[in-house]
Write a protein that binds this ligand. Structure first.
Ligand SMILES: *Cc1c(COP(=O)(O)O)cnc(C)c1O
Length: 395
């Protein structure tokens, strides 16, 4: 059976050229980058080159790039590091209500430790409410954090405007750009953020490696204590093959980003227009304006059925997608993002995220829409909710 991968927001396939580039750093250049012999120096040279490459590609200075184990660690560090370093200034943090769990769970933990957190609402398309944000600012606010683009509904947030508001009040700004990196041209210096999280496996790089950009001069405490790695700000032996692959993946992604994102957007747009035309009671979530939506994202709620049923049925047909629920402790919690944009629990449960990549084809898109159509028809015929609506039966 042909398998179709439409879950690029969860992770992507490693680019073979990245794999080739990484390979010698497992088998030949295996020294510890901190060792003072030739093996170590060779590894250190590769790490320095990777750091230079990444810095140049995002408009940072090399010593502003701190390698981490990925997006989750970078997010944890940004919030915890700031709160700790600025505890004499205040203990209040502001973030959007649709942040990734890496931010929201950390915020919840910090609340138990006495930190005050304000979560800012979003509108029905997922855009942060800038007035609410302004009104939430206190003299004790030490950090404003808002994701660059949402991983569930693809909405691209007005980061430049958020930076402007934060700067007027002398508050640090962090953005989780894990979804945005590779899809949007990001220059940290132009953007003016103080911290930015990104992760290699979301743009055809290896899993388990990412970075936090930290602007020079801002106060920031460590998250991981240990040796003198990352200018003593992040202990732990450097993942040399990982950072080499990270830099190569970002370089290759940026080289063809314009063409690739235009192609992926064309797949998404065909998918969206076919679903809207051919599948009744379906609603697109997230930004309608395609310039404010990730090129890879199409998130749909299908009324009267459970997203999980759709997901499992598509999986049997070899199609990989993601649902709008998170399986936590055996029960299905509706997504906080879908509730934040105003969906009922019932509609949130009937939501599926399709995220496209440059490896997908237009034939795959058509095949998926055809399969989805019959799957939804079949599931609705079995759905008591749907059958109660006598007048809309057999649509
Ligand atoms: C994937 C993702 C993360 C987590 O990154 P990992 O490298 O998988 O830890 C954080 N934020 C967003 C928006 C993501 O999409």
């Amino acid at each position: 059976m042909k398998r179709i991968y439409l879950d690029h927001a969860a992770t992507t396939k490693l680019d073979e050229r990245v794999f080739e580039k990484m390979s010698p750093y497992f088998l030949e250049v295996y020294g510890n980058a901190n060792s003072q012999h030739g093996f170590g120096r060779d590894a250190q040279k590769a790490v320095d080159e990777a750091r230079d490459t990444i810095a140049k590609l995002i408009g940072a200075k090399p010593n502003e790039i701190y390698f981490t184990s990925g997006g989750t660690e970078s997010d944890n560090w940004a919030i915890r590091g700031t709160v700790k370093a600025l505890k004499n200034k205040g203990n209040h943090v502001i973030m959007s209500s649709i942040e990734h769990a890496a931010m929201l769970t950390t915020a919840k933990e910090l609340e138990k430790e006495g930190v005050e957190v304000s979560l800012i609402g979003v509108d029905s398309e997922g855009f942060i409410d800038l007035n609410e944000l302004k009104n939430a600012i206190r003299p004790t606010t030490v950090l404003i954090s808002c994701m660059y683009a949402n991983n569930e509904i693809g909405t691209i947030e007005p980061i430049a405007e958020i930076v402007k508001i934060a700067k007027e009040h002398g508050i640090l700004v962090h953005t989780d750009a894990v979804q945005a990196m590779g899809a949007i041209d990001i220059n940290v210096a132009d953007l003016g953020v103080d911290m930015l999280s990104f992760s290699a496996h979301k743009f055809n790089g290896p899993k388990g490696v990412g970075a936090l950009y930290i602007k020079n001069g801002i106060p920031m405490a460590r998250l991981i204590s240990g040796g003198h790695q990352e200018r003593t700000r992040r202990g732990g032996t450097t993942n040399v093959p990982g950072v080499v692959g990270f830099a190569e993946a970002l370089k290759l992604t940026k080289e063809t980003m314009k063409e690739d994102t235009a192609y992926v957007a064309s797949l998404r747009d065909r998918f969206i227009s076919r679903v809207e035309e051919e599948i009744p009671f379906s609603k697109l979530n997230g930004a309608r304006d395609t310039s404010k939506r990730l090129p890879s994202n199409a998130d749909f709620s299908f009324e009267f059925i459970e997203g999980e049923s759709i997901l499992f049925s598509l999986d049997i047909d070899g199609i990989a997608v993601s649902s709008g629920s998170a399986c936590s402790s055996g029960s299905l919690e509706p997504s906080h993002v879908l509730l934040a944009i105003g969906l009922s629990e019932e509609k949130a449960h009937g939501t599926i995220r399709f995220s496209f990549g440059k490896e997908n084809t237009i034939e795959e898109v058509d095949y998926v829409v055809d399969t989805l159509k019959s799957t939804i028809q079949r599931l609705r015929e079995m759905s008591p909710l749907f059958n109660l609506k006598g007048e809309i039966k057999n649509v």
